[in-house]
Ligand binder design. Structure first.
Ligand SMILES: *[C@@H]1O[C@H](CO)[C@@H](O)[C@H](O)[C@H]1NC(C)=O
Ligand SMILES: *[C@@H]1O[C@H](CO)[C@@H](O)[C@H](O)[C@H]1NC(C)=O
Ligand SMILES: *[C@@H]1O[C@H](CO)[C@@H](O)[C@H](O)[C@H]1NC(C)=O
Ligand SMILES: *[C@@H]1O[C@H](CO)[C@@H](O)[C@H](O)[C@H]1NC(C)=O
Ligand SMILES: *[C@@H]1O[C@H](CO)[C@@H](O)[C@H](O)[C@H]1NC(C)=O
Ligand SMILES: *[C@@H]1O[C@H](CO)[C@@H](O)[C@H](O)[C@H]1NC(C)=O
Ligand SMILES: *[C@@H]1O[C@H](CO)[C@@H](O)[C@H](O)[C@H]1NC(C)=O
Ligand SMILES: *[C@@H]1O[C@H](CO)[C@@H](O)[C@H](O)[C@H]1NC(C)=O
Ligand SMILES: *[C@@H]1O[C@H](CO)[C@@H](O)[C@H](O)[C@H]1NC(C)=O
Length: 482
């Protein structure tokens, strides 16, 4: 429960100590890093690896790892060959040390794509090596341009039991050329992702570094049972729309232990766009995020939307450490989206040098066309944000709902921010509760917290009877016992 007694006392200790010194918070940030490394996996329920009885190397198919030879055919031939092992426990495709230039290729079920630690898969800068595929039904068109979209470098459709892993090998999209095409408006189709899975289950992406994605780096869409673990995602802070991980109309997703430094949202949950997302009606739910560290040029650490028309619910994000970023936590929506964002729980967040710590935008805009119905309003309800600390934050919160469509049960508890602006909060068309929030939150959030609060969402594992062993330890509790 977000407002349970033990929590409140630790929060009071925190409030007193945090307010007396910004330096102390820096110490906490450092302590947090150690705490991050020490925790065990919380995605245990998902199978992280499978032994494949059959393995081949990409060199068996004529690939040359000189960074110059185009290996698209070698990847396609290898995967075609490995089809025959699908019903024999699956197969592994190994990519040894080297620089492997390729265009887009499609994976198969019961496959492990395994990279050596010194292997780099490099995306071609020839856009014709990235075929055009249909728009997503929940978007009705390409996200950037009408019509189709470029297929991701590594693509999977209608698959099950697929693993992409390696000893921290690298997948490099050479996005620079795509960012230029985007900026000088010479794209013909929407930019590609580095990895996209559609309609797939039992997908694992682990121990890989992704660099310079043309667009979003990892995009599971219409998927279930997805695990993303121990990945590093890097792109320049000023690169356009280089989101890290975008679970989209997907459920049962677990993301943990990631370092992400990109131009846009580090992790953003989506579910389709306006009338297309509403009629496709495929929500994102049961998404769990733990221990993410990073920075973003223009996005947020954890975000929702702005495409959320199929609905987003039951999302838990814990142990988020952000620095040098535009936003900390963000919900983006607009009239015309429909859908909902509800039952969201975010806790144990530290921020340093962040412009806006918490932002809810009811008027984000961006529509797939003129045909959307502005009277179709999103429902935003049951958003709990607790145990947040921040140093050198410009604004604490811009919390803006929609006139005639209040966003409700927005619950902030134990949110302690060292804010530089004289107007730290701005709130409109929102309702909810604020408890132990500093600087003091805006009027619409009531300071009297109802007893046995049921209005503030907390996931099952935080219900009182379960809370002891299973709960992430608040770093401030450790601090108070020092
Ligand atoms: C915020 O940090 C500054 C610089 O460290 C410090 O002088 C100030 O007292 C802090 N303010 C609060 C409210 O903690
Ligand atoms: C999806 O894959 C299954 C199993 O391989 C196959 O039977 C089915 O036809 C595929 N569906 C589509 C739409 O491709
Ligand atoms: C993986 O590689 C990236 C990029 O070189 C590096 O920043 C990161 O620390 C590495 N991660 C591990 C676990 O070695
Ligand atoms: C746009 O950018 C691409 C990639 O850098 C470049 O090849 C092309 O000449 C540019 N076009 C214009 C019109 O500036
Ligand atoms: C767009 O289409 C034109 C004409 O076919 C082509 O010359 C150009 O290379 C394409 N641009 C991209 C980025 O693919
Ligand atoms: C992934 O990396 C972690 C940390 O470096 C290591 O403990 C784990 O065994 C690796 N997993 C795989 C499948 O390589
Ligand atoms: C939620 O997702 C996890 C995977 O992250 C899965 O193990 C669990 O069974 C799912 N819970 C429900 C209720 O589907
Ligand atoms: C505070 O954060 C801003 C970025 O939001 C940064 O430019 C500035 O240098 C930071 N100030 C200090 C004192 O660290
Ligand atoms: C909407 O919320 C505002 C506070 O943000 C409140 O004053 C107003 O009464 C609410 N409207 C409705 C219809 O509940």
């Amino acid at each position: 429960m977000p407002f349970s007694g033990d929590h409140r006392s630790s929060a009071q200790i925190l409030k007193r100590s945090a307010l007396c010194s910004g330096l102390l918070l820096v110490v906490i940030l450092l302590a947090m890093t150690q705490w991050v490394a020490a925790e065990n996996s919380r995605c245990k329920q998902m199978k992280p690896s499978a032994d494949r009885p059959h393995s081949v190397s990409i060199t068996d198919f004529g690939a040359v790892g000189d960074g110059v030879t185009l290996n698209t055919k070698a990847f396609q031939n290898a995967l075609f060959y490995l089809h025959s092992f699908a019903d024999k426990g699956g197969a592994q495709l190994f990519v040894p040390s080297g620089r492997w230039l390729t265009g887009s290729f499609s994976l198969i079920s019961h496959l492990t794509l395994s990279l050596d630690k010194d292997a780099v898969i490099i995306g071609s800068t020839d856009s014709s090596e990235w075929p055009i595929i249909d728009p997503l039904p929940s978007y009705g068109r390409g996200r950037e341009l009408p019509g189709g979209r470029h297929q991701s470098l590594i693509y999977g459709n209608n698959l099950t039991d697929v693993i992409i892993t390696g000893g921290n090998g690298t997948i490099d999209g050479q996005g620079g050329v795509w960012w230029d095409w985007f900026k000088n408006k010479t794209l013909n189709y929407t930019r590609p992702h580095l990895v996209e899975f559609m309609y797939s289950t039992e997908v694992v992406i682990s121990n890989i570094t992704f660099v310079n994605s043309p667009f979003w780096a990892i995009h599971p869409v219409y998927c279930s049972q997805v695990l993303v673990q121990d990945v590093t995602i890097l792109a320049p802070l000023d690169s356009p729309n280089t989101d890290g991980i975008d679970p989209d109309s997907s459920s049962n997703v677990c993301i943990e232990d990631c370092y992400i430094s990109t131009g846009d949202d580090l992790i953003v949950i989506k579910s389709g766009w306006d009338e297309y997302g509403i009629s496709f009606a495929h929500p994102s739910s049961n998404i769990s995020i733990h221990r993410v560290v990073g920075e973003t040029g223009s996005g947020a650490g954890i975000a929702f939307g702005s495409e959320m028309s199929g609905g987003i619910s039951e999302v838990k994000a814990e142990g988020i450490h952000l620095f040098n970023s535009k936003h900390g936590i963000r919900i983006k929506t607009s009239p015309g989206r429909g859908g909902y964002v509800r039952n969201i729980f975010i806790s144990d967040v530290t921020m340093k040098d962040v412009d806006i710590a918490i932002r809810i935008s009811g008027n984000y805009g961006e529509h797939p066309g003129e045909t959307y119905d502005p009277k179709v309003l999103p429902i935003i309800n049951g958003i709990t944000i607790q145990d947040v600390s921040g140093v050198n934050i410009s604004k604490a919160g811009l919390l803006e709902g929609i006139r005639g469509d209040n966003f409700s049960d927005i619950c902030l508890t134990n949110v302690v921010l060292n804010v530089t602006s004289h107007h730290p909060w701005k709130c409109s068309f929102i309702e909810g509760y604020a408890n132990l929030v500093s600087p003091e939150s805006c009027e619409p959030l009531e300071k009297t917290v109802p007893d046995q609060s049921s209005v503030c969402y907390a996931p099952d594992h935080l219900q009182p009877q379960l809370s002891n062993g299973n709960r992430l330890m608040n770093p401030f509790l450790r601090l108070s016992s020092l």
